[in-house]
Design a protein around this ligand. Structure first.
Ligand code: CU
Length: 175
């Protein structure tokens, strides 16, 4: 068991990622709601040796691609501007196609089917649940998922030209 832990730590060091063996298995969760208060679904998060694994299960959405980001403030009110901009503790530029990107809170687009539902898992290597790290989602004012009307173009500031904010959910630790 000890040897496995050492190997995990060594891999994390080589890759330069912030995941620590101590945080692996740590969990968080977010319940997303629309601006009208309607329940949109749940995103579950677990720290892994490769980054944070997200399990996204949403419904009641327009079919097609939607930008999804982790935003800097854990507050979902009104038009969801309360969540601030994309979480960016390392001062990067927005987008996977930006030479100076991505921001810690950048995520891939999700594609909603004709049923209005989507269920998908993905890993982000740029964010962590490790409270000791600069990139932690558990900073002083919290963080929130924000879902957008349109696709993120992975380049344009501040939100990838993804249109309006259609759903929001504060990220909370799971004990
Ligand atoms: Cu955003």
């Amino acid at each position: 068991m000890m040897r496995i832990l050492f190997q995990v730590a060594a891999v994390a060091l080589v890759a330069g990622v912030t995941t620590s063996a101590a945080a692996v298995g740590e969990r968080a969760q977010s319940e997303l709601k629309g601006a009208d208060g309607r329940e949109i679904g749940t995103i579950r998060m677990v720290e892994t040796t490769a980054g944070v694994l997200l399990r996204i299960k949403l419904k009641g959405l327009a079919p097609g691609p939607h930008g999804l980001h982790i935003h800097e403030t854990g507050k979902c009110e009104g038009d969801f501007k309360s969540a601030g901009v994309i979480y960016n503790p390392l001062g990067a530029k927005h987008g996977y196609l930006n030479d100076e990107g991505p921001m810690v809170g950048d995520l891939p687009n999700i594609f909603v089917g004709a049923s209005g539902e989507v269920e998908v898992e993905l890993v982000s290597p740029f964010v962590t649940l490790n409270r000791e790290a600069e990139e932690t989602i558990f900073d002083a004012d919290g963080t929130a998922f924000v879902l957008f009307e349109k696709a993120d173009d992975y380049l344009s500031d501040p939100d990838g030209n993804a249109g309006g904010r259609i759903a929001c959910g504060v990220i909370a630790p799971v004990k």
